[in-house]
Design a protein around this ligand. Structure first.
Ligand SMILES: *Cc1c(COP(=O)(O)O)cnc(C)c1O
Length: 463
């Protein structure tokens, strides 16, 4: 490549548009309208700065004014992608933590919209006096789990931390080595224990822990037996761990608190959908756990929340503790949780709650939808579309060895790579999030609302 002389470079630099010039282009004017003069000026300055750097690095030829305008458009678009917006989850991962975990039911969305204004959060419509935040949700939880009492905090990590801090600080907590797990990157059971001021006493081995191991570890300053659902981690093969009942009776004998963090926290039995390994809150409590904690936005299918259910004397103590104020749940999440729990109470959970509906959806139904969608897309030049059997993922750290059968739409292109197609779909409006496997883009309609199929068809047709 011939080296560009310095004089040429200076001539190029003189061709760079000024900030004012750039803001007078169509892109500039739109940006001033949407983002305001001050911010648009900052972006224009950045776009010109980037282009100047490229000229100095001898990498630019052609019309600099139009290149500056494109650079400004891309900067504005990149910035808008960093904000929160609606996306379509076509990955087939049902509880997708990066995509906001559980999508909410129609009723829960409406409840949030209503609660966004003024609401009787801590006001009794019966008496016209101050009421207690979350009293109806607590009542629903008592009914649905069989617990004596329940409270709700910000998430399950906060719930577990709260329970350990209030009931185990300064004492020992006995836990199986097989349960010293890390869940979702930053929830590490040993770290949470340490932060709560309790001392960890791990017993047994990674794959096998016996009741006698717990029994031997109990001493004068032991305060609690802790059982943690390993969630996204499974040891298979030669394994054993005492049952909830056995641990409950040991705790009772030794006058210890038995706390089980069940994590994903199914409220109903999901055995018939293949999720045979997931603890159910009511079962754990019935089998004798004094306190259980679980998330609101995993298998329960509601908003981010941490639920603590168990014996009245313990829950009462938490309710009066100063940390409760710091960890409490906000009115939007509370309203969505109430609407979600209402669906369980009315026996409509599997019909109304998206996570459960998606878990229950048979592969044959997904195949019918996929066939309809592919027909709708029609022929797209260079693109090959097939429908093949495959598997969905439960996600959210739940049921790691359950892979519901599904029908996948696969996309390959004559000239574009799978990454190109994936990026184009991700940058369309609204973004369609897919996965890549074996050099192909895969679309799993299990996690797509039927009304969004048209959006996907349009995004693909534009390819
Ligand atoms: C997911 C999980 C948590 C953390 O729950 P968040 O609601 O994400 O805070 C804690 N414990 C267990 C066992 C979990 O599975």
């Amino acid at each position: 490549m011939p080296k560009i002389r310095k004089a040429d470079k200076n001539a190029d630099l003189r061709q760079l548009p000024s900030v004012d010039d750039l803001l007078r282009t169509a892109t500039g004017k739109d940006l001033v309208d949407s983002a305001g003069q001050k911010h648009a000026t900052e972006l224009a300055r950045a776009a010109i700065g980037d282009l100047r750097d490229k000229v100095l690095a001898e990498r630019v030829t052609g019309d600099l004014a139009s290149q500056a305008e494109s650079a400004l458009m891309e900067l504005a678009a990149a910035e808008s992608r960093t904000g929160l917006r609606r996306v379509i989850n076509a990955t087939g991962v049902i509880v997708h933590t990066n995509l906001g975990r559980s999508p909410l039911s129609v009723a829960a969305r409406k409840a949030i919209a209503d609660a966004a204004g003024t609401t009787n959060l801590e006001y009794s419509l019966e008496t016209g006096k101050r009421g207690r935040r979350g009293s109806r949700v607590e009542q629903l939880l008592i009914e649905l789990t069989g617990a004596e009492d329940a409270i709700v905090v910000n998430n399950c990590a906060a719930a577990a931390f709260f329970v350990l801090t209030v009931f185990a600080t300064g004492g020992e907590v006995v836990i199986s080595r097989g349960e010293l797990v890390e869940i979702g990157g930053d929830f590490r059971v040993p770290d949470v224990l340490e932060q709560s001021g309790a001392t960890l006493k791990d017993v047994g081995t990674t794959n096998r822990t016996k009741l006698a191991d717990y029994e031997k570890a109990c001493r004068k300053d032991t305060k609690m037996l802790l059982r943690v659902h390993p969630s996204n981690y499974r040891i298979v093969g030669f394994t054993s761990t005492p049952s909830v009942k056995e641990l409950a009776s040991l705790a009772k004998k030794r006058k210890l608190i038995f706390f089980e963090d069940i994590g994903s926290g199914a409220l109903i039995d999901l055995d018939k959908y293949g999720l045979t390994d997931e603890p159910v809150a009511s079962r754990s409590l019935r089998d004798g756990a004094d306190i259980v904690t679980f998330s609101g936005d995993k298998l329960l299918g509601g908003p981010q929340a941490g639920i603590i259910a168990g014996r009245r004397k313990f829950i009462e103590k938490l309710r009066k503790h100063p940390l409760q104020r710091a960890l409490r749940v906000d009115k939007l999440a509370l309203s969505a949780l109430e609407a979600t729990l209402d669906a369980y109470q009315h026996g409509n959970a599997v019909d109304e709650i998206p996570v459960l509906r998606q878990i229950a959806m048979p592969a044959s139904r997904i195949k019918t939808r996929a066939t309809r969608l592919v027909k709708r897309i029609g022929k797209v030049s260079g693109l090959t579309i097939t429908i093949e059997p495959g598997n969905s993922v439960v996600g959210g750290g739940s049921a790691p060895n359950v892979h519901p059968e599904t029908a996948l739409i696969t996309l390959t292109h004559k000239t574009k790579t799978a990454h190109d197609i994936e990026q184009e779909l991700r940058r369309s409006g609204p973004p369609v999030i897919t996965r890549i496997e074996g050099g192909r883009v895969l679309i799993d309609l299990r996690t797509v609302e039927p009304k969004d199929e048209a959006v996907i068809a349009k995004a693909i047709s534009k390819k």
